[in-house]
Design a protein around this ligand. Structure first.
Ligand code: RB5
Length: 149
């Protein structure tokens, strides 16, 4: 199971903490850090693009994107067909995004929540499976069917 992760400068510190947390507590996942590799100012769409492209290319790959608010990352990632990026601010949202929306990409706001709160969201997101209920499958299919250019 592969997980790709990236941030911008605002999420750089939290990204390092989340990677360490994943390696310690979710060791079944192979985590790939797509950058940045220092805290210099960068443009979040570039990093969202890299992660979302990997998630869109492979059904089993999941992603995590971190910026100040989580907003810019989620906006960019959701431009990819097949990507269902969920910006989550509570563990309940993390669980629902997996159960109902089959989110394959989690977005976090490093300036919105503490790192402990964000870690709890990651844990809930990683441990929750898609419900596979036919009504949720139908709605997920509709998202791809109704995509508008
Ligand atoms: C960077 O200052 C900030 O705009 C960015 O991290 C993010 O919050 C954008 O959505």
């Amino acid at each position: 199971m592969e997980l790709v992760i990236a941030s911008d400068h605002a999420g750089f510190e939290l990204k390092a903490e989340i990677i360490e947390h994943l390696n310690t507590n979710h060791a079944a996942w192979q985590v790939t850090d797509m950058g940045p590799f220092d805290d210099k100012s960068v443009d979040y769409p570039i990093y969202a693009h890299m992660v979302a492209r990997s998630v869109a290319a492979d059904d089993t790959t999941h992603g995590i994107l971190i910026c100040g608010s989580g907003l810019g990352m989620s906006m960019m990632a959701n431009r990819f067909l097949g990507v269902r990026a969920a910006l989550c601010t509570t563990p309940e949202m993390a669980a629902l995004s997996r159960q109902h929306n089959r989110a394959n990409l989690l977005c976090l706001g490093a300036r919105i929540l503490s790192s402990e709160e964000n870690r709890k969201i990651v844990d809930k997101w990683m441990e929750t499976e898609f419900s596979a209920d036919p009504r949720h499958l139908r709605r997920i299919d509709l998202m791809d069917l109704l995509i508008t250019r």
